[in-house]
Design a protein. Structure first.
Length: 339
């Protein structure tokens, strides 16, 4: 079977990871990436051993790239003419404008969590509602936080059912390297419920969820605590077995050095992951306890790479490569080496 052809529009924090993730899928072909300027990310790409083809949004942008010695394959219209689907990883609001171009070109597209819900036909998660994305033209991913903790909630829900979730997010204020924003020497509290809890209910409408969010001056990942009310009693040991068997959840132990977001970043870097990326969420084993019949636990969400697997699941659903969610996520996991 011919490989499906994928274009990535926007080569920033998320776009870089999406391009790499698609490149690893043996049944997909990355046509190239589209951007508006020779950013640091693109310069790094062209200083690497295996650069991707670069396209500009329009031909007036060619000069800036060529002045840096970066060859341009074509423009956005050129890559759209070849692509089966577009992964839009542009800044919030830009994707909605780009959708007009995708509609005109009759191309399917997947948008990231920063866009408003109305940009897409389906709010999507590979594990929790894959079936709703099958054949859909426009999908939107949940945010990194929501993507991460839905994995854990869905893991329990598929086994014993879940009635209610209370989530508290200790949120990193900016990505590594950001200088245009950030929280310094304070913890900034948002109103309840946070949008991530609301978004969980959009993906899993049978669950009642609420939550709080606090921004803190760190960059490497979010720390999230969850109080999960199951429909049937489940022991800590049984819950732990479920989490350990999940390809996108890595159970880690504080006593073995996994005691912080920084420790996880260092671990990913030392194991040789590109950019110290982690596709998995980390679940701290020592935090998994029962409070009455409720499960209580803490996870870390690596915000830069965590949505990559679910985005690739979205390609599989939208293009009907697999109509069974288990088959779809298993292939994504296999090619990302998350088995």
């Amino acid at each position: 079977m011919a490989k499906v052809k994928v274009a990535v529009v926007g080569y920033g924090v998320i776009g870089q990871r999406l391009a790499d993730g698609v490149e690893k899928q043996e049944d997909m072909k990355l046509l190239g990436i589209v951007d508006v300027a020779p950013t640091l990310s693109i310069r790094a790409l062209y200083d690497s051993d295996s650069p991707y083809d670069v396209y500009v949004v329009n031909d007036s942008m060619r000069g800036a790239f060529e002045a840096e010695g970066i060859p341009i394959k074509g423009n956005l219209n050129d890559i759209l003419s070849e692509a089966d689907i577009v992964l839009d990883a542009t800044p919030a609001g830009v994707g909605a404008k780009n959708k007009e171009l995708y509609l005109k070109a009759k191309k399917k597209a997947i948008f990231q969590g920063g866009e408003k819900d109305e940009v897409a036909d389906v709010f999507f998660h590979g594990y929790a509602n894959y079936e709703k994305g099958i054949g859909a033209d426009y999908l939107k991913l949940t945010s990194c936080n929501t993507t991460g903790f839905i994995r854990a909630v869905d893991c329990i829900d598929k086994e014993v059912g879940v009635e209610r979730v209370v989530v508290t997010i200790i949120r990193r204020s900016a990505d590594p390297g950001d200088i245009h924003r950030g929280v310094v020497d304070l913890a900034l509290v948002e109103k309840v419920p946070n949008h991530q809890a609301v978004d969980l209910m959009k993906i899993m409408p049978h669950i009642d969820a609420t939550g709080a969010l606090v921004h803190v001056p760190t960059t490497h990942g979010h720390i999230i605590t969850l109080l999960v009310t199951p429909k049937k009693k489940i022991s800590v040991d049984d819950a732990l077995k479920l989490f350990e068997a999940h390809p996108r959840i890595k159970v880690v132990e504080i006593e073995k050095g996994f005691n912080s977001n920084a420790a996880l970043f260092r671990y990913a870097r030392d194991r040789g992951s590109k950019r110290a990326d982690m596709y998995e969420i980390a679940l701290f084993k020592e935090t998994l306890v029962l409070s009455g019949n409720n499960l209580f636990f803490t996870i870390s969400v690596p915000q830069e790479a965590v949505v990559t697997p679910e985005t690739i699941d979205g390609i599989r659903a939208s293009l009907k490569l697999q109509t069974n969610w288990k088959e779809a996520v298993s292939l994504t996991n296999k090619y990302l080496k998350m088995e």
